[in-house]
Design a protein. Structure first.
Length: 63
C-alpha cells in the first residue's frame, strides 16, 4: 500500500477522550425514577382509560 508522507504537515492533534458527564444527584435520581415509574404505570392504565372513553362515546352515539 502506498502512503504519501510528503504533505502530512501540520500533524493532527492527539486524540483525547471526551470528559465524563456529571452524574445525577440523589434528588435527581429520585425524580428520574419517579418519572420512569409513572410512565411504566401509564403504559398499562392509559390504553384501558382510552378504551373506556371510546366505548362510552360509542354507546352514546351507537344506539
Amino acid at each position: 500500500m502506498f502512503v504519501d508522507y510528503q504533505d502530512i504537515w501540520p500533524l493532527p492533534e492527539p486524540w483525547e477522550p471526551k470528559p465524563r458527564k456529571q452524574r445525577l444527584t440523589k434528588r435527581g435520581e429520585k425524580v428520574m425514577l419517579s418519572i420512569i415509574s409513572f410512565n411504566l404505570v401509564m403504559m398499562f392504565f392509559g390504553p384501558l382509560a382510552g378504551v373506556t372513553v371510546f366505548h362510552a362515546i360509542l354507546s352514546m352515539f351507537g344506539n
